[in-house]
Design a binder for this molecule. Structure first.
Ligand code: NAD
Length: 262
């Protein structure tokens, strides 16, 4: 068991990456707090983990709200006695997010509030709990778009993820001597609701797939496995990284498909 005796808090834990991570962390011995705004899925998931012999609690928390972030950390400590792993994973990508000209101020503000301020608030309330536990691991979900420009404009989303990477680096340095590691996880395009809601036709999906050397979307469980490594003591000397799990997208200038003789 790679997370035996650890308590993990996962924001956006009721769906996509968060859900797969909650299931995997629980199988690896962690007691898991699922924080989300989707009460139905969150409660159902906590029940499923408990029925399988694990330990889980659901806490409603909108990560863009300070009070909610304080509550989710309090739930972890009250239910399970401590906090060792903070996975700031909740994020949104709004369909109306476009280029600088077309993106409304509301879309910009909402995206930054959840994706960037949410990570800040998670750390604001989570880091004192990690200190109380004697240290721990913070994982902040960014994205490959923090590292390269996307042809499909989603400016607010990209800016928010760039902020997550920059903030992660600084937090890693600030807390390095406190036994608190902080890493950004940068997934490539995944077959989860977040992206498939936007890439809602075969043509749109194909436009994205031509950029991925592996020629397929990633699966949430493939990101969960990377989160497990960053959460566990196996990554004890890893901090401040941009941990990229992207099917080769950031390595590519052209894809194998584009270079194949026709
Ligand atoms: P998802 O939409 O499948 O799941 C996101 C979860 O977050 C949902 O359960 C949702 O209810 C919850 N959530 C939304 N707003 C919230 C809020 N304000 N407070 C708390 N919870 C909230 O998405 P996913 O693909 O699993 O994405 C998870 C993270 O991975 C996000 O930060 C996303 O930006 C990032 N990411 C996703 C992809 C991709 O292609 N899917 C790629 C790179 C990065």
């Amino acid at each position: 068991m790679r997370l035996k005796d650890k308590v993990a808090l996962i924001t956006g834990g009721a769906g996509g990456i968060g859900r797969e991570t909650a299931l995997l962390f629980a199988r690896e011995g962690a007691r898991v707090v699922i924080a989300d705004v989707d009460d139905r899925s969150g409660k159902r998931l906590a029940g499923r983990i408990e029925r399988a012999g694990g330990a889980a609690a659901y806490c409603r928390a909108d990560v863009s709200r300070d009070g909610d972030c304080a509550s989710m950390v309090a739930v972890a400590e009250a239910e399970f006695g401590a906090l060792h792993v903070l996975f700031n994973n909740a994020g949104i990508m709004l369909a109306e997010d476009a280029d600088a000209v077309a993106t409304s101020e509301e879309v910009w503000d909402r995206t930054l509030a959840v994706n960037l301020k949410g990570v800040f608030l998670g750390c604001k309330h989570g880091i004192p709990a990690l200190r109380r536990a004697g240290g721990g691991s913070v994982i902040n979900t960014a994205s490959f778009v923090a590292l390269m420009g996307a042809a499909t404009p989603q400016l607010a989303y990209t800016a928010s993820k760039g902020g997550v990477v920059a903030m992660t680096r600084e937090l890693a340095v600030i807390h390095a001597r406190e036994n608190i590691r902080v890493n950004a996880l940068c997934p490539g395009p995944l077959r989860t609701e977040l992206l498939m809601k936007v890439l809602d036709t075969a043509r749109k999906q194909q436009r994205r797939l031509v950029h991925i050397p592996m020629g397929r979307f990633g699966e949430a469980r493939e990101i969960a496995r990377a989160a497990l490594y960053l959460a566990s003591d196996e990554s004890s000397f890893v901090t401040g990284t941009e941990f990229v799990v992207d099917g080769g997208i950031t390595a590519a200038y052209v894809t194998p498909e584009a270079t194949r003789p026709r």
